[in-house]
Design a binder for this molecule. Sequence first.
Ligand SMILES: Nc1nc2c(c(=O)[nH]1)N[C@H]1C(S)=C(S)[C@@H](COP(=O)(O)OP(=O)(O)OC[C@H]3O[C@@H](n4cnc5c(=O)[nH]c(N)nc54)[C@H](O)[C@@H]3O)O[C@H]1N2
Ligand SMILES: Nc1nc2c(c(=O)[nH]1)N[C@H]1C(S)=C(S)[C@@H](COP(=O)(O)OP(=O)(O)OC[C@H]3O[C@@H](n4cnc5c(=O)[nH]c(N)nc54)[C@H](O)[C@@H]3O)O[C@H]1N2
Ligand code: SF4
Ligand SMILES: [Mo]
Length: 580
Amino acid sequence: MVVACTRDCYDTCIFSEDYRPLNLFPVNGFTCSRGRTDLKRNEINRVMYPIVEGKEVDIKEAIRKTAEIIKGTPKDLILHVDYDGNQGLLTWYFPSRLWNALGSLSTDYSICSAEGHEAIKLHYGSSLGALPEDFEKFGSVVFWGSEAVFSFIHGWTLLKDKYKVTIDVRLSETAKRSEKKYIIKPSSDSYLAVGVLKHLIKGIPPQSLLDDPVKLRNYLDSYSWSEIEEVTGLSRASIEELAEIYVERRPLTVIGFALGRTYHGGHAISLISLIPALLGIPNGFYYSNSQGLGIDFNYLRGLHLARPSGIVPMAKVGDYIEEGKVKVLFVWNSNPLHSLPKSHKILKAVRDGELKLIVHDPFNSETAKVANIVIPAPTFLEKYDVVYSYWHNLIVFNEPIRPKIGVDEVTLMRLLAKEMNLSHPLLEEDEWGALDHALRGTGVTVQKLKEEKIVKVNVKKEIKRVKVDPLPELKRPPEGDYLVFSSHPNHTNSQFKEIYGSQGLKVYNCCYDGAGLLEGNGIKVRVKFVKNESIPKGVFFAYKSDLVDGEALLNTVVSGEMNDYAQTPVLNGVIRVIMK
Ligand SMILES: Nc1nc2c(c(=O)[nH]1)N[C@H]1C(S)=C(S)[C@@H](COP(=O)(O)OP(=O)(O)OC[C@H]3O[C@@H](n4cnc5c(=O)[nH]c(N)nc54)[C@H](O)[C@@H]3O)O[C@H]1N2
Ligand SMILES: Nc1nc2c(c(=O)[nH]1)N[C@H]1C(S)=C(S)[C@@H](COP(=O)(O)OP(=O)(O)OC[C@H]3O[C@@H](n4cnc5c(=O)[nH]c(N)nc54)[C@H](O)[C@@H]3O)O[C@H]1N2
Ligand code: SF4
Ligand SMILES: [Mo]
C-alpha cells in the first residue's frame, strides 16, 4: 500500500503505509516540512460535519440545500472554482462532470502554469521537458524565475552540486546558493532572453533545432542593446556573460511558474524556451510535464460529451460576481478568497447576500470560514485515488491510511446529481472505467496500478525541429514599484497554517521597517513592512502563503490583468506603496 502527496507541488512524494517517504528515485527517502507533519495535521482544523448558514446539519440536509440552490439558479450564473488543492484524478478532474453535464460556467484554470504551457507549445508542439533522469545528466542549470530551494526540493537536490545560475528580481535563496546570479528588473525577462539570443545567434551550432534562424536573427536585430540594458537593468557585458555560460556549459533551464504571472510573462517563457533550442541542448528545459504524460484530462472532465455554458477567466471571477454574472460559487480543491485576484469581491457579495458560496474542503480554509454551505471532504490520506506528478513520470495508486472524514468528491457529485434528478451519460460512467480510458495514452491501466501501486509512464519524446514562429512583439513592463511573490518552505499555497501559523501580511523590502499600506485597484490594504537586504529598491516581496489577515486580503490590490497566451493573471505586478 502506498500514498502519494497530492498537493500542488513539483515533487509528488510517495510514502509507505506508515507514511515514510519511499527510497525510490526521485523521492529518494526524504520529504518536506509538510510531508513530515501530514499525519499530525490531518487531525487539526478539519471540517468535521456539514454546515448550512452557520448551523451544523447532517450530510443529507447539506445535499438537499445545495441541490435546491443549484436548481433555483440559472445554469449560466453558477460557477465552479476548483484548482490543484489535491491533484488526484478522481478528486480534482472527474467531479467536473457534474457541472459540465449541468451546463454551468467553468473557469479557464489559468491561475498558475497555463501561460507557459501555451507559450512553449507554440514552438515545441508540446510543453514536455526534461524528466528527473534527464536532470542528472546535466553539468549545470539555470533557474530562471524559480525559487527551487523551497518550491522544488527534489529537483533542487538533484541539481544542487552542479554549476548553478539563478535569474531573479531579488537575491532569492536559490540565488544565494548559486555560483552566478543575475538580478534583473521585474517583468523584464523577455528582454533578457532577447539579449541572450542576440549573442547566441552569432554562432549557431550544427545541432541547433531552430527551423528558421534567419527569421529569429531579423527579429533580434529589431531590439537594440541599449533598450535591453535599460529594461533589464543589466549591462550588455553581463548578458553576454550569461550567454557564454549557455555556450560553454549547455545547462538545463528550469523555467519557473512565477514568470507566467509577470507582465507579458508568456512572451518571456516563449523566448527563454528558444535558447536551448538554438543551442540544440537535448531535453534542455523543464517547465511542467503535466500535459506530456498522455493523461486525457478532458475525458475525465467529460468535455467529450458536454461543455460549460461559458468560461470565466480566473483573473475575473471577482469582477463577474460584482457584475451579477455569477450568483452561485461551488468551490472544491481551492481557496479562492486567499488565492484569486480581487477576491474581496467574493467576500463582499457573500456578505451582501448577492452570492451563494458552497465549499467542499477537508480543512476550515479562509473561504470555508465565510461560506453559506460547507461540506467536509476527506484528505488524500483518507481516500482512493490515482495521482500523477508534473515533474516525474510515476503514476500512483493512492490508498487510504486514515479513517474517512466527510464525503469524497465523486460520491458528492453522484449524491448531488441524484438529488437534482440530473441524468447524463457522463454521470453514469463508473469512475474507474473512466480512469482506464483517460489513462490509455500512458500505457497504464487501473488493473496494473492496483497490482503494482506505482507505474512508470514510458514517455516518448523526440524533438527534431523547434518552430521559431510566432515571435512576440515585446512590450515594456510598466514603471513603478513591484509586489512579487514566492513559495514558503512550510506552506503549499494557503495550506499548513494549522501547523506553521500565519505571518499576516508581511512585505519584505530593502529599506523600511514598520506599518504601511499597499494600494491597487483603488483600494488600500494595511501591511507590515520588513527590511531585508536581499531585496533591491523598488521590489516588494511577500510569500504567497501569507495573503490573508482576518478580513484583509492581499489579493485585493493585485491587478490580475490577463496575460497574452492563456489569460494567466499578472500577480507579480505594479503596486503603490505608502509608508507611514
Ligand atoms: N514549499 C512550497 N513549494 C511549492 C509551493 C508552495 O507554496 N510552497 N507552490 C507550488 C506551486 S503552486 C507553484 S506555482 C510553484 C512555484 O514555484 P516557482 O516556479 O519556483 O515560483 P515562485 O516560488 O512563485 O517564484 C520563483 C521566483 O520568481 C521570482 N520572480 C518574481 N518576479 C519575477 C520576474 O519578473 N522575473 C524573474 N526572473 N523572477 C521573478 C521570485 O522572486 C521568486 O524567487 O511551486 C510549487 N511548490
Ligand atoms: N497574490 C498571489 N496570489 C496567488 C499566487 C501568488 O503568487 N500571488 N499564487 C497562485 C498560485 S501559483 C496558485 S497554484 C494558486 C493556488 O490557489 P489555491 O488553489 O487556492 O491553493 P491552495 O492553497 O493549495 O488551496 C487548495 C484548497 O484545497 C483544499 N484541499 C486539499 N485537499 C483537498 C481534497 O482532497 N478535496 C477537497 N475538496 N479540497 C482539498 C485545501 O484544504 C485548500 O483549502 O494561488 C495563486 N494565487
Ligand atoms: S508538498 Fe511536495 S515536497 Fe512536500 S510532501 Fe508533498 S509532494 Fe513532497
Ligand atoms: Mo501554482
